[in-house]
Design a protein around this ligand. Structure first.
Ligand SMILES: *Cc1c(COP(=O)(O)O)cnc(C)c1O
Length: 393
């Protein structure tokens, strides 16, 4: 079983014996639905009618002129609930329904995945319980309220660091005793097989659309794709459309926190080492003794102390490159996009924008065509940005 879902040496299934039947049931259902015409038709319908797909591939003309490259933005920020996360919750919610499950559980840090799960639960008539570290519940009161409005229960997790990684452990624990009626809806390309592959499948709609759209607009493939990496789902989604096009450069941007030279960083690939966390082998931020570190970034969505195993693999074979962007650089890019294009990006996405600007300004990259995956909108981040900018001015 641990040899399933391998990306080189990464990935696999490292879970307690008791969870094996649940994972096997899920794997079988996923492969069956993936081939099922009715399932995929319904999936497409929800993408279109509920989420608002396809999203635009938007030519950022003002920014492009300023930095000397052609920059296109894949507008996942325009989706329902404000980010790409809805692509995955629709897919897994529908899958749960096909499996005859009546309840979804999910983990959430800042609350974005919790909200995306709560709304699909409401839409499909499934009960939802969201596990959330008690520290995060305190910090994200408004998002807790949003989840509750859609009928979800929010369960504070009071163990360990009382944040995301502990809520994932609690969700797994609950799933062990509730698997008969419950699907665990993981929010990113992490966890044991089949999760990384499954989440990638549901997010691959981003890459499929982007590839078609750039060919229509430019008549050729882009030189470079740039996307931010938390657990790795929006980046895997857009990368998947171009993985086989070896001339297209793929760049994942990690949250460098206060800077990778400090301990306060979310840059898992740049600073992490091989380790097993939450069911798979990947790069993990940990001490020499294997203690998991707290990832730290101004954007909560980039705070996960590990990264999807396929990213660790793409890094190891040099198919994709991973770079850190620190908090200040992200905040600057946030303002730059607001000013030049009138688009307010999520702080996570601002990391990708920041690297795109840096990249475009290098002499060797002049005139290149770049697609930046704008994973989400920044409305959720107003309180953080206004606080940070006050400190700076
Ligand atoms: C959650 C989130 C991310 C990070 O998650 P990935 O799985 O790495 O995509 C990035 N951007 C936004 C807007 C998010 O909400």
């Amino acid at each position: 079983m641990i040899n399933k879902g391998k990306y080189g040496k990464y990935g696999g299934v490292y879970i307690p014996e008791l969870l094996i039947p649940a994972i096997e049931e899920l794997e079988e259902a996923f492969y069956k639905c993936k081939k099922d015409e009715k399932f995929n038709k319904e999936l497409e319908e929800y993408y279109k009618e509920f989420a608002g797909r396809p999203t635009n591939l938007y030519y950022a003309k003002n920014l492009s002129k300023k930095v000397g490259c052609k920059i296109y933005l894949k507008r996942e920020d325009m989706l329902h609930t404000g980010a790409h996360k809805i692509n995955n919750t629709i897919g897994q919610g529908l899958l749960a329904k096909y499996m005859g499950k009546t309840r979804l559980i999910a983990e959430t840090g800042a609350g974005q995945h919790g909200i995306a799960t709560a709304v699909i639960g409401a839409k499909l008539g499934l009960d939802v319980d969201v596990y959330m570290g008690s520290k995060d519940v305190e910090r994200q009161k408004l998002n807790v309220f949003r989840m509750k409005l859609s009928g979800a229960g929010v369960i504070p997790v009071d163990v360990g660091s009382k944040t995301l990684k502990d809520s994932i452990n609690e969700a797994f624990r609950n799933w062990m005793s509730t698997v008969d009626n419950t699907h665990y809806l993981i929010g990113t390309t992490m966890g044991p097989h089949p999760y990384p592959e499954m989440v990638k499948y549901f997010q691959s709609v981003i890459g499929k659309e982007a590839r078609k759209q750039i060919l229509e607009k430019e008549g050729k493939l882009p030189d470079t794709i740039i996307a931010c990496v938390g657990g790795g789902s929006n980046s895997m989604g857009i990368f998947s459309g171009f993985l086989d096009d070896i001339d297209v450069e793929l760049i994942g941007v990690e949250g460098g926190g206060e800077g990778v030279e400090t301990e306060k960083t979310g840059a898992t690939i740049s600073k992490g080492t091989d380790g097993i966390l939450h069911g798979s082998l990947s790069k993990v931020l940990q001490s020499d003794e294997g203690q998991i570190s707290e990832a730290s970034s101004v954007s909560a969505g980039l705070d996960y102390p590990s990264v999807g195993p396929e990213h660790a693999y793409l890094d190891s074979i040099n198919r994709a490159k991973y770079v850190p962007i620190n908090n200040d650089e992200a905040l600057e890019a946030f303002q730059e996009l607001c000013k030049t294009e009138g688009i307010i990006p999520a702080l996570e996405s601002s990391h990708a924008v920041a690297y795109a600007i840096k990249y475009a300004k290098k002499a060797e990259n002049k005139g290149k065509t770049i697609i930046v995956n704008l994973s989400g909108r920044g409305d959720k981040d107003m309180h953080i940005v206004s606080k940070e900018l006050k400190v700076k001015t």
